[in-house]
Write a protein that binds this ligand. Structure first.
Ligand code: FES
Ligand SMILES: [Fe+2]
Length: 375
């Protein structure tokens, strides 16, 4: 059980909040690279309580700016892209990808006013077919060298989950909660767990399960927001306090270990798990015949932000308790000006992390949807 203050501390993601500041030390996906085209050069991004515009100018430079124009606040998402940047749809203030204001067309030609204007901008980079952004203080950290992102001996596919209408930390707690497997997923889980345990690694928390048949399964939560299971990295990106965007990046090793150049992952959007798709419990109904849908049901029905002042934790919740302890410890580090867990700053010290690819190509087939993951 947490106090109300503690619950706020681990769940709120906006600028200046403790978890918001911690999350702003990591890179997050903000869009599918192949969808930002010359025909469709702007996209709204909701992330960490901020509304941003992702755009591609006519030279092909990609930028991420505050969506609200510095002049009088119209949405840049409706702006026109030009060679040098994006022009606000209202009065045409032109911004480059760094947020510099290059023109204020309604001002006298000799005006230097635009030089005093700076639109908030964030750095963007492309990886595994996604644009990733960093919303925190300089200097920029690196994206850690994880196998699913960086292995070259195979190809990837991206699955975009239906929007999760609750706080991101509910999904993370679920990833440290192996006890739900035999209950929530009883129709699909066909192995009995004898015992489970957890231990800390440099980049997160490892979950270890021993099955009754002697098989051992280990897979990590990559702190703070990724579940790494089987061949999939499940990235939970907090949009705001009560909405989360979930990307699955699935890696398919090539048959004989051949190297795949220029891997351009295809993208599949998973159909909504509830009907109506934009309503909240109890005004919507979840399908319950798929593992992911079962998980979304459990996470969303806990409430937009789970009330942890009113819970009854037990011994099987020890993974959840451990995750909270680690979170509080890492929040404190950020408040003291230190880097939280898993931040990599030195390219020479960004070792390849093989977080155990458990399944071979023979077992997973090639292009099928994610299997019983999130267990
Ligand atoms: S509101 Fe953007 S230029 Fe006026
Ligand atoms: Fe699950």
């Amino acid at each position: 059980m947490l106090t109300r203050e503690e619950n706020e501390k681990i769940t709120r993601v906006g600028p200046g909040t403790p978890a918001g500041e911690l999350l702003r030390r990591y890179w997050f996906p903000v869009g599918v690279a192949s969808e930002l085209t010359a025909e469709s050069p702007t996209q709204i991004v909701r992330i960490l309580g901020e509304t941003l515009v992702l755009f591609r100018d006519k030279k092909g430079n990609v930028g991420l700016l505050n969506d609200r124009c510095s002049h009088r606040g119209a949405s840049l998402c409706y702006g026109r892209v030009e060679e040098r940047g994006i022009a606000c749809p209202y009065h045409g203030w032109l911004y480059d990808t760094k947020g510099n204001c290059l023109e204020t067309p309604a001002e006298p030609a000799e005006s230097k006013f635009h030089l005093t204007v700076k639109q908030k901008s964030y750095p963007v980079q492309k990886l595994v077919g996604l644009y990733w952004a960093y919303l925190g203080p300089q200097p920029l950290p690196l994206i850690p060298n994880f196998d699913v992102w960086f292995r070259k001996d195979g190809h990837r596919k991206i699955f975009i989950q239906p929007q999760l209408d609750c706080n991101w930390f509910q999904a993370m707690e679920n990833s440290m909660d192996p006890a739900h497997l035999q209950i929530l997923h009883q129709d699909t889980a066909n192995r009995d767990v004898q015992e489970f345990d957890f231990y800390e690694v440099s980049y997160g928390l490892m979950k270890r399960r021993t099955y009754k048949n002697g098989m051992i399964d280990e897979h990590p939560v990559i702190f703070p927001n990724i579940l790494r299971q089987g061949n999939v990295g499940q990235i939970r990106v907090p949009m705001d306090d009560t909405h989360t965007k979930v990307y699955f990046v699935r890696f398919f090793p090539s048959q004989n270990g051949e190297i795949v150049e220029n891997d351009e992952p295809p993208v599949e959007y998973i159909k909504p798990y509830k009907n109506p798709p934009d309503a909240l419990h109890p005004y919507t109904k979840f399908r319950m015949d798929m593992v992911q849908a079962q998980d979304h049901m459990a996470w969303e029905t806990q409430g937009p932000i789970a009330d942890r002042t009113n819970e009854r934790l037990t011994s099987s919740d020890r993974g959840v308790i451990l995750l909270r302890e680690v979170m509080f410890r890492e929040l404190k580090k950020v408040q003291q000006g230190q880097d939280p867990m898993g931040i990599v700053r030195d390219a020479a010290n960004n070792p390849f992390i093989d977080t155990h690819l458990l399944e071979s190509i023979a077992q997973i087939g090639d292009d099928r949807a994610p299997r019983a993951v999130n267990q």
